[in-house]
Design a protein around this ligand. Sequence first.
Ligand SMILES: [Zn+2]
Length: 113
Amino acid sequence: MLALKAALWTNGNEQKLVERAIGAYVEQTNQLPETATCSGCHRTLPVKPTTFTAGQSKVTFLDVPLASCEECNTQTGSLFLMAALEEIAEQMEPGTVVSLTDLLSSNKADFVL
Ligand SMILES: [Zn+2]
């Protein structure tokens, strides 16, 4: 099916088709757990839209589904998600502020993960 669709829509370029498909793909809800255990105090916390600033690049993502502990001043969430955001942040201008929702619906395949 990949080869057929690539033949129809991207002159047989399967990589280009996959990039377009990723750009167009949006789920209405995520598959993450609704709660997370704080890595500091081990309390159970709700996972909800949270501002997340990626390490060295200082790129800020809004509405990232994470659990925030005010006691420990830590954020806990999917390591896959945080790693993916860190990788995207490295490809962005330092100091950029972007909503995760906007990023997902931007229909761009600018970021190579
Ligand atoms: Zn805590």
